[in-house]
Design a protein around this ligand. Sequence first.
Ligand SMILES: C[S@@+](CC[C@H](N)C(=O)[O-])C[C@H]1O[C@@H](n2cnc3c(N)ncnc32)[C@H](O)[C@@H]1O
Length: 241
Amino acid sequence: MLTRVLEPETLDHLAPDDPVAQRSRRDLRRVNAFMGARRILARALTRALGTERRAGLRVLELGCGDGRLLLGVARRCGERWPGASIDLLDRQPIVEPETIAAYAAAGWQARTLVADVLDWADDERVGARWDVIVANLFLHHFDGEAMQRLLAGCARRADALVACEPRRSRFALAASHLIVFLGANAVTRRDGVLSVRAGFVGRELGAAWPAADADWRIEEYEDGAFSHCFVAARVAPSPAP
Ligand SMILES: C[S@@+](CC[C@H](N)C(=O)[O-])C[C@H]1O[C@@H](n2cnc3c(N)ncnc32)[C@H](O)[C@@H]1O
């Protein structure tokens, strides 16, 4: 098994308006499409929430980047989850007004939260709750105490967490060296390799989950060729406000 290695990714340290960063974020859309991230997340959401119709679903996406990834889910699942709201949290202010408008056109009310996720996790004043928190290519930025704080914040404020992360396998590592063929720039190519090295296998996320087993249904599994998924769903969800 590859040892997990966490190193800072370049994109996280580039200004939002840096053309290299903008290009890398466009690359990420292609990488997500290639990995089948939308379909993988839609399947994971169904595992967490079930298939029944549910109005007024409250969703929070952590490390949402440009915020577009869940648009496809909003468009496809509008019937199942009518009138949903989505909060898009990222440290960088990069969700464009057009993206918010596109969610509205799909029937979801979107708003942005510009914050460091650890501040969000630790902030006792955050009173809001969500039915489900989603993370894509995000949890692998953390380990140790920071991961514990992040997951504890999720367990306190939501009835489910759904994450789709890089799988730390030799196959995924080899593939990450080939994203040059998706037209990726140097930043995306470097970050792609680092992401796989910082990715997850087995029950690593479940082992870091802070809440009592009896209160949560935990699933951790591989999906697609490169993804490692984590679904935690509260056994008795909190009543709607
Ligand atoms: C690899 S990108 C993934 C973006 C998006 N989830 C996607 O799949 O396209 C990671 C994102 O996490 C954000 N990020 C990194 N560290 C963060 C932190 N401590 N708090 C909030 N956002 C963070 C970065 O700004 C970046 O947008």
